[in-house]
Write a protein that binds this ligand. Structure first.
Ligand SMILES: Cc1cc2nc3c(=O)[nH]c(=O)nc-3n(C[C@H](O)[C@H](O)[C@H](O)COP(=O)(O)OP(=O)(O)OC[C@H]3O[C@@H](n4cnc5c(N)ncnc54)[C@H](O)[C@@H]3O)c2cc1C
Length: 463
């Protein structure tokens, strides 16, 4: 079928399903509607549909199947490589599906497939509840959680993937069905490989108060600040230990006043005095510049974090999972931070996986591979000005290479798909790199639930 015939058929679909909105390339809204976080992703989808209900999504999948029309799915559009839009394919934009229903026992909530992290967390906050999310407001919750989901509450409550209790999907036949246990295991780590996720039922927790903010260290010698902080933090981990309610994310970025290094501090326990003691302790681990840690609210917290990251950027990520930030690794990172490109989009961050998700028992229910305690290096070779893209990507790749070279035994064999540069990596190699000893299971689940590869333009693409 030609593009024109496909577009005509889509017009017929929306005529018979008036709640589905269609944005064709001729629409003045098309350029904005196809924009994703990765500004360099210049794919030209055939058209964009905006279903308003689960039944709309099912109708679109049935239509796509009947017309052999390839399609991709987006919610937050924050895949780092912009993979949710694809040349010539229909783009299904799920963002209108953003409802949250809290269960009567207040231990779970059902959240729709297009909801953004800040929408979900703000609705839960209004109910005195919380659940793990990342820190950036406009990231799609389902895209974040189903591939792993590292974030500000993961030390306390675990990864996003480990919150998933149930799911409703549109399957390859275009039917709305509850996910069975096998599909659920695949969804916990391999996202939308088996169908379009209409909703997830997730665990939620009491969160009546929040103590959070940034603790920034002296940037005069940024390398030394990072080395000092990590040595002292490791000592704290080895001696006193860190309470589960405290999640710390190291971050380095270019502020209007220059390059800064510090940690995002999140205390999700009810005892704010205890949280304050921990914030003082963390602030004393290296020479302090300033701390903004204070009682706050989820909406305020997201707004503050969102202001740190530009809305769209050019470039590519690099990443490793490492067992420990050893002095040799800290030296490599510190040295590279000192020469980090000065664009506001270039960033570096370290998440730590400890607590409930860093345990082999969690592994049985998911395909998420990296279950030993580790640190996730988020090396963001991104820029706001396209002309600087090459420099930032080279910087990110070099930092990752040097970490590998300085202590190869410290690097876990698997990497986090949401931070991994997948472009150009053959599907089989990518599957092994991301899912390790779960790769065969992911392939087997895909064969079982989507043998005709109806959901072909997914993250990751298997063929
Ligand atoms: C600025 C920024 C900050 C980030 N911070 C973190 C972080 O702190 N921690 C972390 O773990 N990750 C982080 N990420 C990575 C992010 O979590 C992943 O890229 C995530 O997959 C993005 O989801 P999305 O819905 O926004 O992306 P999209 O580009 O909309 O979707 C990506 C893919 O997810 C799948 N998908 C999404 N929704 C559905 C659905 N309802 N049904 C079926 N498939 C679906 C599709 O295959 C789609 O192509 C960050 C990314 C960015 C750009």
């Amino acid at each position: 079928m030609t593009d024109t015939t496909q577009l005509t058929a889509l017009e017929a679909l929306v005529a018979s399903h008036p709640t589905i909105r269609l944005t064709p390339p001729s629409s003045p809204d098309f350029p904005a509607a196809r924009q994703v976080w990765n500004a360099g992703r210049l794919a030209q989808p055939l058209a964009i549909v905006h279903p308003q209900s689960p039944a709309d999504v099912a109708a679109v999948v049935q239509h796509a199947r009947a017309h052999a029309l390839p399609f991709s799915v987006r919610s937050g559009g924050h895949n780092l490589e912009g993979l949710s839009i694809v040349d010539g394919a229909l783009l299904i934009d799920l963002r209108a599906l953003a409802a949250v229903t809290v269960a009567a026992d207040r231990q779970s909530a059902t959240v729709q497939g297009g909801i953004l992290q800040h929408e979900l967390a703000s609705k839960l906050w209004a109910d005195g509840l919380g659940t793990p999310t990342g820190t950036i407001p406009d990231v799609g919750y389902i895209g974040w959680a189903t591939y792993g989901g590292y974030g500000a509450f993961s030390s306390h409550w675990g990864l996003g993937a480990d919150q998933i209790l149930a799911a409703t999907i549109v399957n390859p036949e275009g039917d709305i069905v509850p996910a069975d246990e096998h599909t659920l295991q695949g969804i916990r780590g391999a996202g939308g490989l088996f169908g379009i996720i209409l909703d997830l039922t997730i665990k939620v927790y009491p969160l009546p108060s929040l103590l959070a903010g940034a603790i920034m260290f002296d940037p005069t010698d940024i390398a030394q600040s990072l080395i000092t902080y990590n040595a002292a933090y490791q000592t704290l981990l080895d001696t006193e230990g860190i309470p589960p309610q405290l999640t710390l994310q190291q971050i380095a970025f270019n502020s209007p006043h220059g390059r800064l290094f510090g940690v995002i501090f999140t205390w999700s326990g009810p005892d704010l005095e205890e949280g304050k003691r921990w914030s003082d302790k963390i602030a004393s681990l290296a020479p302090l510049l300033m701390s903004t840690v204070a009682p706050t609210t989820i909406p305020e917290w997201f707004a503050g974090n969102g202001a740190l990251v530009p809305k769209s950027e050019y470039g590519a990520p690099a990443t490793h999972n490492i067992r420990s930030v050893t002095p040799a690794v800290a030296e490599v990172i510190g040295r590279n931070l000192a020469i980090m490109p000065a664009d506001p989009g270039t960033m570096f961050s370290i998440h730590q996986l400890r607590g409930p998700s860093a345990q082999s028992e969690s592994s049985a229910h998911s395909v998420f591979a990296a279950r030993e305690p580790h640190f996730l290096l988020e090396i963001l070779g991104f820029v706001t000005e396209e002309k600087n893209q090459g420099e930032a990507e080279r910087w990110a790749a070099r930092l990752a290479k040097e970490v590998q070279e300085v202590d190869a035994g410290n690097v876990l064999p698997t990497a986090y798909i949401s931070l991994f540069k997948t472009q150009g990596v053959p599907a089989e190699e990518l599957l092994n790199k991301v899912y390790g000893d779960k790769a065969a299971l992911v392939r087997e689940l895909k064969e079982r639930f989507d043998p005709q590869n109806v959901f072909a333009l997914t993250v990751p693409a298997l063929k």
